[in-house]
Design a protein around this ligand. Structure first.
Ligand SMILES: Cc1cc2nc3c(=O)[nH]c(=O)nc-3n(C[C@H](O)[C@H](O)[C@H](O)COP(=O)(O)OP(=O)(O)OC[C@H]3O[C@@H](n4cnc5c(N)ncnc54)[C@H](O)[C@@H]3O)c2cc1C
Length: 423
């Protein structure tokens, strides 16, 4: 089947249903044969559904329902969708792999599931290769694809769940590396007018687990592709403690990108709960940043408080989900009262430490809980509702605020919900 035939299937199945939500009927699940630029991860779900359970589509495993659901495979699908009554009359939410979202309740609107496939080499020379990838490609499939081709830059970001289109939203990061380091640009459709716009690194305003798409552009754009520049002669970044330890334990002193990826996968598998077994969305909160003065005051009351000096807010090192198993060990830059650092520089404090100090690590309230090895990870032990998990998150936030005077900010995207009032 050629590309146009494949697209006709999409059009046929997808759009006759959209004329008006009142006359859409419930259709059984259909599979679209899709051969356009064979994806690394071939989506095979129905393009349109009603009253669908989102349980398989969020890694917390919360059993909520969405009123309407459409799956997007192609730019033209978006253009047509934007012209429908269904889109105009209902609120919408863009969903990738659902590994960074919390649904506190049913979603009364349209879920737009991004499944745009394809990985294409745009250009290459002796040293670099520039790759454009469809936003629906599974992130870790892309990492493996790059590893298999000997292209370096993504190995430290191995095994992060989710899709490529969501990676820029929070500038994903792990083991001392962030997406922004390989990022060139992305294409996104402005949902108000259907125009495609390009965002380079500067326009994305990346910082620590943040970008313009979590702020002024939140919900306004659907990212359709991401372009990355990878190294054919990769320089390894193994500065992160647990990674270095794992490699030296294996006796590897000149690691290849495959060695680094294997070490990352081993450390992550050991330390992080597998969402297919225990529902979770990785770090629930971001690590807070305080001024040097404020940190010095905290040290007076809590001499063992860890902190990492931060020159630039986007610095991803120190105390994130990939730090040493929730036992935060400052990586040499700990600020001490006599440490000679400027009290006005910013300091990042591991949220896991603050949460643990408030007694939440390993606690459980019904099926909502905090992971026993990692206080930054909220877990669903089985049948927790989104409301219960949000309640627990609010309780943690309030307790930390009361004890330390620090307001934790969620890293997870709470759909139609809020963690609390900003102080
Ligand atoms: C076990 C575990 C470990 C994790 N470890 C890490 C880690 O080490 N580092 C890290 O940074 N993150 C980590 N995460 C968080 C998560 O994997 C990433 O944030 C990931 O990029 C989310 O991708 P997703 O496709 O699942 O996005 P979703 O959860 O589906 O969506 C996240 C947000 O992005 C928006 N969005 C998604 N796709 C698009 C699009 N195409 N266009 C516009 N908006 C879009 C959604 O509306 C939502 O607001 C972890 C999560 C888990 C469960």
């Amino acid at each position: 089947m050629d590309v146009s035939t494949a697209f006709n299937y999409t059009s046929y199945y997808l759009f006759p249903l959209f004329a008006s939500p009142s006359n859409v009927q419930i259709h059984s699940i259909r599979t679209i044969p899709f051969t356009n630029n064979p994806p690394l991860n071939t989506p095979s779900n129905a393009p349109y559904k009603e009253r669908i359970s989102l349980k398989p589509y969020n890694t917390f495993g919360i059993d909520v329902t969405a009123d309407y659901w459409v799956e997007i495979f192609h730019l033209d699908d978006i253009a047509r969708l934007l012209g429908t009554d269904l889109y105009r009359q209902y609120p919408h939410f863009i969903l990738g792999g659902g590994s960074n979202v919390l649904f506190p309740g049913d979603y009364h609107g349209l879920i737009i599931k991004n499944s745009i496939p394809g990985v294409t080499v745009i250009s290459e020379d002796e040293c670099h290769v520039v790759v454009r990838t469809g936003a629906g490609v599974v992130w870790d499939d892309l990492v493996r694809h790059c590893l298999n081709n000997g292209w370096g830059g993504l190995e430290n970001l191995s095994m992060i769940p989710g899709l490529t289109g969501a990676a820029p939203i929070q500038n994903i990061g792990a083991y001392g590396v962030e997406l922004k380091e390989t990022f060139v640009s992305l294409d996104a459709v402005q949902l108000d007018n259907g125009q495609t716009e390009s965002f380079d690194r500067e326009r994305c305003q990346f910082s620590y687990r943040d970008s313009i798409f979590k702020r002024s552009c939140k919900g306004r754009y659907l990212i359709t592709s991401v372009t990355l520049k990878l190294d054919k002669k990769p320089k390894m970044n193994i500065s992160y403690g647990p990674l270095k330890a794992m490699l030296s334990e294996k006796g590897v002193d000149q690691p290849t990108i495959q060695d680094v990826s294997r070490a990352v996968r081993a450390v992550r598998s050991y330390k992080l709960p597998d969402p297919s077994i225990t529902g979770n969305a990785g770090s629930f909160f971001k690590n807070p940043l305080v001024t040097g003065d404020r940190f010095a005051q905290l040290q007076d009351s809590y001499p063992d408080i860890p902190g990492y000096p931060v020159v630039d807010q986007s610095d991803s090192t120190g105390g994130d989900i990939t730090a040493s198993g929730g036992k935060i060990t400052p990586s040499g830059g700990k600020i001490t009262s006599s440490g000679g650092r400027s009290p006005s520089s910013s300091v990042k404090i591991p949220a896991a430490w603050l949460i643990e100090k408030c007694g939440f690590k390993g606690m459980r309230d019904g099926d909502a809980g905090v992971h026993k090895r990692h206080a930054l990870i909220l877990v669903n032990h089985g049948r927790a509702s989104g409301e219960q998990l949000l309640g627990l998150a609010r309780n943690i936030r309030e307790t930390v605020l009361e004890k330390f005077g620090i307001a934790l900010e969620p890293e997870v995207n709470i759909v139609n919900g809020d963690i609390g009032i900003k102080p």
